[in-house]
Design a binder for this molecule. Structure first.
Ligand SMILES: Cc1cc2nc3c(=O)[nH]c(=O)nc-3n(C[C@H](O)[C@H](O)[C@H](O)COP(=O)(O)O)c2cc1C
Length: 313
C-alpha cells in the first residue's frame, strides 16, 4: 500500500512536505500546481516550487502542471525533467473559477480528446524512466463521463491516475464517491490512486474496500491528523497504534511556523500557522484553544510570546 501526500495550493509547500516526510507514513508527494499558459516560465519557478529537485528529501516529490496546451505543457515537462524532477503530474481537478475560465483544471474533464493529447504530448516529451501521472475529478457539471476521461488519459500513456472521488460541482462537500473510483480502476489498466474524504484509519479501510484501490492519496485528513498515514498503514496491517498526542504535534507546528516567518513577507506572518491550526482543530481540542489565543496576533514577537506562555503553562 502506498500513501501519497496530496497537492494543496497555498498549504502543502516544501516545508510541509519536509515535515511530513520526516514524520513518516507517506511514500510520495506532489507539489502545488504551476500554471502553464502561453509564455515559457523561467527555471527559477520550478526550483522555488520544488526545492526538492536540488535538495531531495526522503519522500520523492513529483511536480504538478496545470494547463490546456499540449505543446506548451510538453516543453515545460521536458525542461522540468532535465532540471532533475522525478515525476510529472497533470492537474485536471482544480475547481477554481479563475483557473477554469482560462481553460485549466477540472473544466478540461469535458474534453477527453484534449486530455488524451495532453497526456500523449507530455509522455512523449519526458524520458521514459520519469513517470507522468494525472489527477482528475469524477466530472465537471455532474458525476459523469469519468470512465471516458480516465480511458483518454490512460491511452495517452500516463503511468498512474489519481482520482478525487467528486465532481467539480461537488466541490469539497462530503461524501467522496469511493465506489465510482472503483469503476475507474476497473476500466483502465494502470494503477488508480483513490482520493477524497479520508479522515481516520477506518475511513482509509472503507475507501480501500469500496474502491478496490491499494494506494491512496491524503490531503486535508493528514493536515487534521498528522499521523494519519502511519495509523492508516498500521490499521490495514492489523497492528495496534498509539495516537500521536498534541505535545508531539505542537513543536512540529511551531517549527513550521518559524520557517514560514523567515520565508514569507511580514504581512503574512502567522497565516500559515493559523491555517494549519484550523485543520488540526478537527482532531485536537488543544489546537482550538491555541488557535483562539493566536488568531488576532500579527507579529512574530507577539506569536512567540503566546507560544512560550502556552508551553510553560
Ligand atoms: C486548499 C486546497 C488546495 C488544493 N490544491 C490542489 C492542487 O494544487 N492540485 C491538485 O491537484 N489538487 C489540489 N487540491 C485538491 C486535493 O489535492 C485533494 O484532491 C482534495 O482535497 C480531496 O482530498 P482530501 O479529502 O484528502 O483533502 C487542493 C485542495 C485544497 C483543500
Amino acid at each position: 500500500m502506498r500513501i501519497f501526500l496530496a497537492p494543496m495550493e497555498g498549504v502543502v509547500d516544501h516545508n510541509i512536505r519536509a515535515l511530513y516526510s520526516a514524520l513518516g507514513g507517506i511514500d510520495m508527494a506532489v507539489t502545488e500546481f504551476v500554471r502553464v499558459s502561453n509564455s515559457h516560465l523561467p527555471d527559477a519557478v520550478f526550483h522555488r516550487l520544488c526545492p526538492e529537485i536540488d535538495n531531495p528529501i526522503n519522500t520523492p516529490v513529483r511536480v504538478q502542471l496545470l494547463g490546456s496546451e499540449p505543446a506548451m505543457l510538453a516543453s515545460h515537462a521536458s525542461r522540468i525533467a532535465a532540471l532533475g524532477a522525478i515525476g510529472i503530474d497533470l492537474n485536471f481537478g482544480c475547481p477554481a473559477k479563475t483557473v477554469n475560465r482560462s481553460r485549466g483544471g477540472a473544466c478540461l474533464l469535458q474534453e477527453p480528446e484534449l486530455l488524451h493529447d495532453i497526456a500523449y504530448a507530455v509522455r512523449q516529451a519526458v524520458p521514459h524512466h520519469i513517470p507522468v501521472t494525472a489527477k482528475m475529478r469524477l466530472g465537471f457539471n455532474a458525476r459523469e463521463g469519468y470512465i471516458e476521461t480516465a480511458q483518454a488519459l490512460a491511452s495517452g500513456g500516463i503511468q498512474e491516475l489519481f482520482v478525487h472521488g467528486r465532481s467539480k460541482v461537488d466541490g469539497y462537500k462530503p461524501p467522496a464517491y469511493w465506489g465510482a473510483i472503483g469503476e475507474v480502476r476497473e476500466a483502465i489498466h494502470i494503477p488508480v490512486i483513490a482520493n477524497g474524504e479520508m479522515w481516520t484509519p477506518e475511513d482509509i479501510a472503507q475507501c480501500i474496500r469500496e474502491s478496490g484501490c491499494s494506494d491512496i492519496m491524503l490531503g486535508r485528513g493528514l493536515l487534521a491528523r498528522p499521523d494519519l498515514a502511519i495509523a492508516g498503514k498500521q490499521h490495514m496491517n492489523g497492528e495496534p497504534y498509539t495516537f500521536m498526542p498534541w505535545q508531539h504535534i505542537l513543536p512540529k507546528v511551531w517549527h513550521y511556523h518559524q520557517k514560514t516567518v523567515a520565508q514569507c513577507p511580514p504581512k503574512y506572518t502567522g497565516n500559515r500557522l493559523k491555517q494549519w491550526l484550523m485543520y488540526l482543530q478537527r482532531t485536537y481540542p488543544e489546537a482550538k484553544v491555541f488557535f483562539e489565543a493566536v488568531k488576532r496576533l500579527r507579529t512574530a514577537t507577539e506569536l512567540q510570546k503566546v507560544y512560550d506562555a502556552y508551553k510553560a503553562a
